[in-house]
Design a protein around this ligand. Structure first.
Ligand SMILES: [Zn+2]
Length: 317
């Protein structure tokens, strides 16, 4: 009798704890920055996923057309996506009518879950390779990593995959606005889709460019990423939204491209001079001093140097 009582009491306590914890799962609000007539961006923190930032660190975009709201990359979890929806409500009561995802990395698209729960009919657009890779395991592995790095905060997020594949040059008309797709092969990853809001002369670059922050290059190549940025710079756009860091003019693109080129050229120099692969890091460090203060530099620069060295080596054979 006593034992049953204890178990019952324990279940009640556990149940209320679970309820309390899930009720507290809220990504804190971030300011909404209006960039152009129809385009707002929530500039996430530049740090890497952590307990402190609740795994949220990308730049969700909110584009207000006269047919409804379009969201680009709604963040890293169900809870980040819910925060994006709260920010949408600060500017309009209109429904979300479409979502675009820039690439396969989960910090950009796991917020699809929140949008899908609220607006199940809104199509979610991405490059076909993004959809394939996300379903083939990239989504699940990002989910595990984010959950680990946030010590469980992002848990409860369901993977909601994009529903409509788009290719380079495709244009999606939504109300008074045109969304033009840019894909130039392998850049930051093989799955990148850069999204231009034509009427606003604004481009969402995904992680093909970042500002004051470096990120992993494991899914892409240096030469590819540099080429992709040179291609997209042919656009007439005036406002550029990086995957991480503050939006701005064309220097968003050129500054990041110049970093990638400095790493690649440093690696090529080291290779041509027959320097040992262990020396490539110091060669690249000397050429990238302008980027030393960027978030992730200490961790990523050495890895970038090694990867670029292997890329140079592979291109020589
Ligand atoms: Zn990425």
């Amino acid at each position: 009798m006593e034992r049953i009582g204890f178990v019952t009491l324990l279940s009640v306590v556990l149940f209320s704890m679970t309820t309390a914890v899930s009720a507290e799962k809220m990504v804190r609000d971030y300011p909404l920055d209006q960039l152009t007539d129809h385009t707002w961006v929530i500039h996430g923190p530049k740090a890497f996923p952590s307990v402190e930032n609740q795994g949220f660190m990308n730049n969700p975009g909110i584009v207000l057309s006269d047919a409804g709201v379009v969201v680009v990359d709604p963040g890293s979890s169900l809870y980040a996506g819910e925060m994006v929806l709260r920010m949408v409500r600060q500017i309009t009561d209109a429904p979300v009518v479409a979502v675009f995802n820039t690439h396969v990395h989960g910090d950009h698209w796991f917020g699809n879950d929140a949008i899908h729960r609220a607006y199940p009919d809104a199509p979610i657009y991405a490059h076909p390779q993004m959809i394939a890779d996300a379903k083939a395991g990239e989504g699940a592995s990002w989910n595990r990593n984010l959950e680990k790095l946030t010590e469980g905060f992002t848990a409860g997020t369901s993977l909601v995959f994009p529903t409509v594949a788009l290719n380079h040059g495709d244009e999606v008309k939504i109300g008074n606005l045109t969304f033009r797709m840019h894909h130039y092969g392998e850049g930051h990853s093989k799955t990148d889709m850069m999204i231009e809001v034509v009427e606003d002369q604004t481009v969402f670059l995904g992680d093909n460019a970042m500002v004051e922050r470096l990120g992993g290059m494991q899914s892409g190549t240096f030469q590819g990423n540099i080429a992709v940025l040179n291609e997209v710079l042919k656009s007439e756009a005036k406002t550029w939204v990086p995957g991480h860091g503050t939006s701005g003019d064309r220097s968003v693109v050129t500054t990041y491209r110049d970093y990638l080129a400095a790493v690649y050229d440093g690696a090529r120099y080291a290779f041509n001079e027959d320097l040992d692969s262990s020396e490539v890091k110091s060669v690249v460090a000397k050429r990238t001093t302008a980027y030393q203060a960027w978030a992730g530099y200490d961790f990523e620069m050495g890895r970038h140097a090694n990867q670029a060295y292997l890329e140079v080596e592979a291109s020589e054979f």
